[in-house]
Write a protein that binds this ligand. Sequence first.
Ligand code: 4NP
Length: 147
Amino acid sequence: MNILCVCLGNICRSPAAEGILRNLAIQKDLDIMVDSAGTGGWHIGDHPDRRSIEICKKHNIDITHLISRKVNEKDGKEFDLILCMDYSNIESTKAIIAPEFHHKIQLFDEREVGDPYYGMYDGFENMFLQLEKAAHCWLEKIKPDLV
Ligand code: 4NP
């Protein structure tokens, strides 16, 4: 199973989501490949925002090595599940990948994961907790499909 996490810049929310999902999958011994990408290209080649790195590190998850990339058309075919942080990301991702793959695109959580980029550090703490909870739910949901 291949999962792509998507946000706008691929430096705050989706790299954290990638790290959280990968970490949980390893803990649960689930065979899942996780990646992340952004719908905007401003941060291509950048490492995650230091606040995302910090909040993940606090929870023993290392995302320092990740590098931002943009969502591309091939992602539609390559990934089984494309999990977006907000509705705007969903719309932008739909504009990039072919309609036959749009059924793979879903919201990462039941509600949008707000963009913490322009806010304070507590926004990143809330983001982490929301992502972690939703990641648990996804892995429970897809576990039966992996055996
Ligand atoms: P992200 O946050 O989508 O969670 O990575 C953002 C990072 C950068 C920008 C916007 C959102 N930006 O406009 O540069």
